[in-house]
Structure formats: structure tokens, C-alpha cells
Design a binder for this molecule. Structure first.
Ligand code: G1P
Length: 297
């Protein structure tokens, strides 16, 4: 019987230097889009895809992230006393059950591949998902659920994929395409952060993966790649070279790069506009800005 994907790794050990000084004390994954931390979007997406075990690879200074997933009995009591049932329900919807969340410490910043490898014993010999909480994907059917569906039809390794402008290719893992079948693309290789002009395509890896245990075996080699780091992309490419299929999956939805300030701001606006209670005010405000800018030109 084919194994289901029930475990997900959330690499959250990064320093978040692009958001300094905020990230001196706030883990970037706790930064909010409107009123939900980035990591909550990642958890919700994983749950919607059938994930039952949530594995966080953390590092020093991420205590606030662990606290976030604790239940808040005092707060709940207070809300109950005040009859704030809606808020109480909202809070409860973020509760994690005992034992479904695990934290693994990455003791040195050796790269994304190394972070994933740190969780190997919790994964064992089964397929698993990886979600990078920096990549937020707004979609009717959450991206990971789309990928799990594809994986159940066609076993293999899956990476979320999206076309990027050629000049941006060097910021991503890039797919070397074997056959483009539309939504699914088979690959003959992957390159992490190719030098300018050397990208084999402009189809980029986005932070959602479904991977086989073979990738963990490849990570055992601790091969360093781009930036002198142990790269997940390289281990996936190695699994492909060892005979496994690696598919790019063109997901439906809009991706925001919340690891960059501009992507984070765009996501904030998009998610706020999607909230009925905020939409009208924000829309009017944005319109005013646009008109004022145009008038000044
Ligand atoms: C990571 C991966 C890269 C991928 C990107 C997607 O890079 O290494 O392959 O394309 O996420 O966001 P990072 O953004 O951490 O440099």
C-alpha cells in the first residue's frame, strides 16, 4: 500500500536578517499578515492537506514561536468571562493537540538541506512535506493539498513551481525540464541559485515540497552547494540522479514572497482586501493614494 503524507517539516531556523531590526526579538515567522502570524498560514495549509505531525526546525531566539503554539488558558478564561465567544473560537482554532507538534533544533546555520536533515529521525521511512512559511500562497484549494492530490496519483518527489522573470532566476532553485505536461513537469535536474544567464529554464521552485525518504538519504552526504550551504535542491537533484522521479507542480494560486519586504507588504494588502470588514476602508485609502500620486505627476 502506498504511504500517505502525514508529516510536514517547517524550517524556521533562519535569522530573518531582511527584517532587522524587528527580527532582533521577533522571529520572522511570527510576523503577521493582518492578524495571523505567517506560521499560522503554514500550519493551516498543512492541516488542510492531511498533515498530522508538524515538525519545526528551529534555532536560538525562536522561543516566541514555540510559545505561540501553546494553549493560552488564562486568556481563554478571560475571554469566556467577558462572553467573547467569537474570539474564543478563533483562539481555539489555532490550538495544537498534545504530541502533534515537535521542535528540532538546528544547532548551526548550515543551509535548508541541513535543516530538513535535522528532522530525519522524526520522518523515518515515509514520504513527507516541507513548507517554507516565507512563501505564502493564496489559493482556493491550498497549494499543499493540490500537491498531495497529484502525489497520490503519481508517486515521486514534487516541488511547487512557478515561472519567474529570467533576471530573478538566480534567487531560486530552477528546474531543468524533461517534459512539460502542463500542470506537471518532469525534470532531468535542478539547480540551486544558478549564476546569471545559466538557468536551465525560468521555472522556479517555490517553498512547498513532497519528498521521499531518498532525499533524506542524499542529505546524509552533507554535500555543500550554492552559498557554501547544504541545499535541499541539491539533495532532490541527487535523488533524481539515483533514479527517482522529480516533478515540478504548477500550483493554482498567488504566491507572495514574504521573505522580502515588498512581497510581505503586497501580501498584507492582498489579505486585508480579502477581509470583508477591512476591505472598504483600505480600498478607499489606496484609491486616495493613487489619485494623489497621479495628480502630483
Ligand atoms: C529557498 C530554496 C530555493 C527556493 C526558494 C523558494 O531559497 O533554497 O530553492 O526556490 O526557497 O522561496 P531561499 O529563499 O531560502 O534562499
Amino acid at each position: 500500500m502506498r504511504k500517505r503524507v502525514t508529516k510536514a517539516i517547517f524550517p524556521v531556523a533562519g535569522l530573518g536578517t531582511r527584517f532587522l531590526p524587528a527580527t532582533k526579538s521577533v522571529p520572522k515567522e511570527i510576523m503577521t499578515l493582518v492578524d495571523r502570524p505567517l506560521v499560522q498560514y503554514a500550519i493551516d495549509e498543512a492541516r488542510a492537506a492531511g498533515i498530522k505531525e508538524f515538525i519545526f526546525v528551529t534555532s536560538r531566539g525562536k522561543g516566541a514561536l514555540e510559545d505561540y503554539f501553546d494553549n493560552a488558558p488564562q486568556l481563554e478564561q478571560e475571554l469566556r468571562r467577558k462572553g467573547k465567544t467569537e474570539l474564543l473560537e478563533l483562539l481555539r482554532s489555532t490550538d495544537m493537540e498534545s504530541g502533534e507538534i515537535a521542535y528540532m533544533r538546528q544547532h548551526k546555520p548550515l543551509g535548508l538541506g541541513h535543516a530538513v536533515w535535522c528532522a530525519r529521525r522524526l520522518i523515518g521511512n515515509e514520504p513527507f512535506a516541507v513548507i517554507l512559511p516565507d512563501d505564502i500562497i493564496a489559493a482556493e484549494k491550498p497549494c499543499l493539498a493540490q500537491m498531495v492530490e497529484a502525489f497520490e496519483k503519481t508517486p515521486g518527489n514534487f516541488v511547487a513551481a512557478m515561472e519567474v522573470p529570467p533576471e530573478k532566476a538566480s534567487s531560486y532553485g530552477i528546474l531543468d525540464i524533461k517534459e512539460d505536461m502542463g500542470r506537471i513537469v518532469s525534470t532531468k535536474g535542478l539547480v540551486e541559485k544558478p549564476a546569471h544567464g545559466e538557468a536551465p529554464s525560468n521555472l522556479a521552485v517555490i517553498g512547498r515540497y513532497i519528498l521521499t525518504p531518498k532525499v533524506l538519504q542524499m542529505l546524509n552526504r552533507k554535500r555543500t552547494g550554492a552559498g557554501g550551504e547544504i541545499q535541499l535542491t541539491d539533495a532532490i537533484a541527487d535523488a533524481r540522479d539515483a533514479g527517482e522521479e522529480v516533478y515540478g507542480f504548477r500550483f493554482e494560486g498567488q504566491r507572495f514572497d514574504c521573505g522580502s519586504k515588498s512581497g510581505y507588504l503586497q501580501a498584507t494588502v492582498a489579505f486585508a482586501l480579502a477581509r470583508p470588514e477591512l476591505r472598504d476602508d483600505l480600498w478607499a485609502f489606496l484609491n486616495d493614494i493613487v489619485h494623489a500620486e497621479k495628480a502630483a505627476q
